[in-house]
Design a protein around this ligand. Sequence first.
Ligand code: 13P
Ligand code: SF4
Length: 304
Amino acid sequence: MIKHASSISDKIKALVKKRNAIILAHNYQRGEVQDIADYVGDSLGLSQNAAKSNAEVIVFCGVHFMAETASILCPDKIVLMPDLKAGCPMANMITAKSLRSLKDKHPEATTVCYVNTSAEVKAESDICCTSSNAVKVVESVKESEVIFVPDKYLAHYVSRKTTKKIISWNGFCPTHVKILPEHIEKQKILHPNAEVMVHPECTPPVIDLANKVLSTGGMCKYAKESTAREFIVGTESGILHRLRKENPNKKFYPITDLAICPNMKLNTLEKTLWSLQDMKHEIKVPQNIRLKAINAVDKMLEIS
Ligand code: 13P
Ligand code: SF4
């Protein structure tokens, strides 16, 4: 079994070199996929790394909107997804058409879109944000009214940190809504000295029980720097691999075993290898959409 996995990794490494490729993996990817990646991070870090990479090919082990964002930022590179079915249900909860209707109802407002959106939605937005900079992005706009799509829970979290009027959309992450306050209460009884970190896609009652509300990259940074030895982790379970690998002397407990994003788990070592062998599946944002969407993404990167 180990021999099989390492031989696949070796083949991937050889092809990465041959194709002048880079593998970018989100913090929720399977452990073995994270281990062969050139960079593992959150949505912001992945966009920044895609933008600065000199590689000709980017293999994106994440979900569809992440590969699209890489294509928006790197039109001259070939962006590949190992599994085309790896979408983000939250990103699919809003369309460009429905955003246009919302904008028509609030003509004075600026539109901030979470990076978990399609390229078409980004093209309709003024500025993009990720979970690590959402408050900063909203605070950076001059208008006092902000349309924030599609995550109603991230919008709610941001609304608590700003005086701006936030107009939200009824989107949510099906994985993060599985995390319930009672899960935290149970874990706190089991691990009374642990700090609770949760993602801002969690519901407000969950956020109220947390010590820290952080992006996945923020959690990795905080776990390293904190003097705490134990952490209860309120986000998708894939992040536990990285947290444990980078902090072998600290303990990390999932809030619940239910927090699994099935889409993030679609990427495997085998599919990553096939992706490099067959140069599949290419994600290319059409130029007319890209030219509009890049404004929102670039503005975010400028202030990050
Ligand atoms: P991060 O940017 O915090 O990694 O979040 C991405 C995501 O999809 C969370 O569900
Ligand atoms: Fe989308 Fe939620 Fe999966 Fe993140 S965890 S990719 S928001 S469904």
